[in-house]
Every structure is written in structure tokens, then in C-alpha cells.
Design a protein around this ligand. Structure first.
Ligand code: PEP
Length: 256
């Protein structure tokens, strides 16, 4: 069982929710439910919440991530945040290529690849999101879409760096819609991603990489999704904003 060797990672993606004072309050509720977890627990929060979030989780097992980063070290990129800025703050993870960024902010596989490489070069751990649109699934090209994203998003990323990268399989039709992929659908695509990683790198590398499922994961469906061999954790939007629900997902991941 290779799954047992991989660390489960439960990450909340707060999106554009919570002011700094609200972030502090929510983290104060999350810390006790995450205590003693048998999985990595991460809260990916808006940039303006990072400072208070890092301060609040100090000395606990909750890690902090950002929701995006730029690829350049510095320069004329008004409104952007560099990986060096995040690293100096003490941020450990960064979400890259979330479907909302691809959909609303012109993110492409090329920019996902640039951001991923910049994050790795700075010593951040990227959570790279891939996933098909509903009509792509209906046209039966899910595997084609995912294979392309894996190839492009991880272009020129070494095997050693790939092991520091988390892949989040997030079918776009399941994000924020309340429509969850069935556990079998999630397993099928996560297993396919691992097979693509084995082709690109080697079996040992592919087996070492954490692959999460994301898309309306909640306290009711987490256990079944997380029981699957190739689903090593979750990237959670809505349910990560409610400590009790997030805690139940952490418990499900701990039980595996
Ligand atoms: C996400 O934001 O990555 C996500 C999966 O959202 P939700 O859990 O709300 O579908």
C-alpha cells in the first residue's frame, strides 16, 4: 500500500473570504480541531490575512499557504506578490492554477508552469490544480485534458521538485457547485494522474507525490473520497470556512 507511505494533506482554500480579524477568529477555531491530526493541515488564505494567520498558528500543527504568487522575483507587476515575499513571511505552501484563476484571470498552463517553478525555486511547496470542465468530461476528453495539464504545468520541473509538489485534481464542474465527483470518479482520475507522473518521471517519483481531490468535499463525503488508494488528501473551499466541517474532514483523512 503506497498510500500509507504518503502523507495525507488537507488544505483549506479560503478564496476571497475573511478579513484579517475574521481570519484570526477562524484559525483559533481550527487549531483545536486540527490538534493531533494524522495529516498535514494547511489554510491557504488571502494575502492580507497571511501575517495574522502566521502569527495565530505559531507553535501549532496548522500550516499557512497563499492562494497565488507571481513568477518574477520583483519588478513592474502592480498588484502582484512574489515568491520571495511569501517565503520571507514564513509561508510554506501556495495554490497555483486554481480553476477560478484560469477562468476569471487569464491563467494559462504556461503561467501555471512559470509560477510553479518560481515557487519551487523559492522553497515554497506548490499545490498545482488541474481539472476538466463539464463539457470536456461530456466530450469524453477528461484524460486528454489532464494529461496535457500535467505535461505543461510541470514542464521542466525535476523529479526531486515534483516530489515537493502537490497535485490537486479539481474537476471544474464540482467546485463550489455542491456537485461532488463520486469517489470512483475521483479515484479514476487521481490514478490516471499518478500514471502520467510515472510516465513523465518514474514509478518511485509518482508514488511519492501527494494527489488531492477538490470539489465540494465536505464532512459528509470526505471519508469515502479519502479512502481511495490514489486520493491522498483534499483541497477544500466552502467547508474549510466552517471549523467543525473542516475538523471532520481532517478526522476522515487521519483515519485514511
Ligand atoms: C476549491 O476552492 O478548491 C474548492 C474545491 O472549493 P469547494 O470545496 O467549495 O468546491
Amino acid at each position: 500500500m503506497n498510500k500509507a507511505k504518503r502523507k495525507a494533506v488537507i488544505a483549506g482554500n479560503w478564496k476571497m473570504n475573511k478579513t484579517p480579524s475574521e481570519a484570526k477568529a477562524l484559525l483559533q477555531e481550527i487549531i483545536p480541531v486540527a490538534e493531533g491530526a494524522g495529516c498535514e493541515v494547511i489554510a491557504c488564505v488571502p494575502y492580507v490575512d497571511l501575517a495574522v494567520a502566521l502569527e495565530t498558528v505559531e507553535g501549532t500543527n496548522v500550516k499557512i499557504g497563499a492562494e497565488n504568487c507571481h513568477w518574477a522575483e520583483s519588478g513592474a507587476f502592480t498588484g502582484e506578490i512574489s515568491t520571495g515575499m511569501l517565503k520571507e513571511m514564513g509561508v510554506e505552501y501556495v495554490v497555483i492554477g486554481h480553476s477560478e484563476r484560469r477562468q476569471y484571470f487569464g491563467e494559462t498552463d504556461e503561467t501555471v508552469n512559470k509560477r510553479t517553478k518560481a515557487a519551487l525555486a523559492a522553497g515554497l511547496k506548490p499545490i498545482v490544480c488541474v481539472g476538466e470542465l463539464l463539457w470536456e468530461r461530456e466530450c469524453d476528453i477528461t484524460e486528454e485534458v489532464i494529461a496535457r495539464q500535467i505535461k505543461l504545468d510541470l514542464y521542466d520541473v525535476s523529479a526531486e521538485d515534483a516530489k515537493k509538489t502537490i497535485i490537486a485534481y479539481e474537476p471544474v464542474w464540482a467546485i463550489g457547485t455542491g456537485k461532488t465527483a463520486t469517489a470512483d470518479q475521483a479515484e479514476e482520475v487521481c490514478a490516471f494522474i499518478r500514471a502520467e507522473l510515472a510516465k513523465k518521471y518514474d514509478e518511485e517519483t509518482a508514488q511519492a507525490i501527494t494527489i488531492q481531490y477538490g470539489g465540494s468535499m465536505n464532512d459528509a463525503n470526505a471519508a469515502e473520497l479519502l479512502s481511495k488508494e490514489n486520493v491522498d488528501g483534499g483541497l477544500i473551499g466552502g467547508a474549510s470556512l466552517v471549523a467543525a466541517k473542516f475538523g471532520a474532514i481532517i478526522d476522515a483523512a487521519t483515519k485514511g
